[in-house]
Design a protein around this ligand. Structure first.
Ligand code: FUC
Length: 352
């Protein structure tokens, strides 16, 4: 197991470093102190060929100019907050309305655009990076000084675990996730339409025209949102279900896990033979099939187009602060926020 670092660029005068963690099987994960951004995850296919399975850029300039949150940590609150405002204990807080009139993924300068302090971590069977950041009271409109501590750990079983911890000195909101776009074909050879997704979920959140939950919870049975038996992502991309059409033909939806506690998600692609099993303690996963990815940039030489990657954002329910029936995302000063999501890669397709 080892880690190496190299200079990746400069952001407002501060050095941006890329760390590469490599395990004894040759799997590697590269990440930046800018946004805790995962730039590469290199894993073998069925023939042992090592290729990158996430979307990313080669330069910091491209991240700054174009990145739709490729690989980064999202916070303080993932997803959208309607009208960029909320009330806590009778006080109204106004947030940055960076997707006017709403707030998206932590604001204009969320955690994905911050330089984090880093510290390499070496364990007997794992190597990692610890990221820390102090988000000051009022940042992007949120109350409380928030101390965040995130650990990326790569093991010798081809598992990357991400552990999030946070503490505040005033009541605030928190809902952290990682926004990696997976593409198991390797080096963006094919898009994500032939990826198969399996997870135990019987319900998903209906979205409004602004992509914010309406509050209605829909049963997935007999819809393209039923992934219990495994389903090709293209079935939702080509579907005539109004919820698929609404988000730009595809998925951009919070799927609610069937059970409390730990849940697993399996993503696989037959042709490469690669699978990814995600285990999380979060109550939902936002499935986003990159329906709005096209833009004036390329990814590993491939011109950006929709469906090149799939995001599986494990998190609390979006806009929970406006829905008393959703699990709370309020963090009190006497509590510690703690959550772990693990990503384990296999080079033989599972469950297909
Ligand atoms: C996802 C989606 C959004 C958005 C973005 C880049 O999390 O929920 O709709 O476009 O990321």
């Amino acid at each position: 197991m080892k880690w190496v670092e190299r200079e990746f660029g400069h952001y407002h005068g501060e050095p941006v470093i890329e760390y590469t963690l490599t395990n004894n099987l040759g799997m590697s994960v590269s990440c930046l102190n800018y946004g805790c951004t995962i730039t590469k995850i290199i894993v073998p296919d069925r023939h042992g060929k090592l290729e990158n399975v996430v979307l990313g850029f080669d330069t910091l300039e491209e991240y700054v100019d174009f990145s739709p949150y490729f690989g980064s940590v999202i916070g303080r609150v993932a997803g959208r907050i309607k009208y960029a405002a909320f009330e806590l204990d009778g006080v109204e807080y106004k947030l940055e309305a960076n997707e006017f009139p709403n707030h998206l993924h932590g604001g204009r300068k969320g955690f994905d655009k911050r330089i984090w302090k880093t510290e390499p971590v070496e364990q007997v069977d794992a190597v990692g990076i610890r990221f820390t950041y102090l988000s000051p009271d009022g940042e992007e409109g949120y109350p409380g000084n928030l101390e965040i501590n995130i650990l990326y750990l790569l093991s010798n079983t081809n598992e990357l675990s991400i552990t999030y911890e946070a503490k505040t000195d005033r009541k605030t909101l928190i809902n952290l996730t990682n926004h990696s776009y997976f593409n198991l074909s390797g080096n963006v050879k094919r898009d994500c339409t032939e990826h198969i997704l399996q997870l135990d979920s019987e319900r998903f959140l209906e979205l409004g025209y602004d992509l914010i939950p309406t509050g209605k919870i829909i049963e997935s049975k007999n819809t393209p949102f039923d992934f219990n038996q495994g389903r090709l992502l293209k079935s939702g991309i080509k579907s005539s279900h109004p919820q698929n059409i609404l988000v730009g033909n595809g998925y951009d939806h919070p799927l609610l896990f069937a059970k409390k506690g730990e849940n697993t998600i399996t993503l696989s692609e037959k042709e490469s033979g690669r699978s990814l099993i995600i285990t999380t303690d979060q109550p939902c996963v936002v499935l986003y099939t990159s329906n709005q990815l096209s833009g004036p940039f390329s990814i590993a030489g491939v011109p950006a187009r929709n469906y090149l990657g799939v995001c599986l954002e494990t998190q609390g329910l979006p806009d929970a602060i406006h829905h008393p029936n959703f699990p709370s995302i309020i963090l009190n000063p006497e509590d510690v926020y703690q959550s772990t999501t693990r990503y384990r890669f296999f080079s033989n397709t599972i469950g297909v």
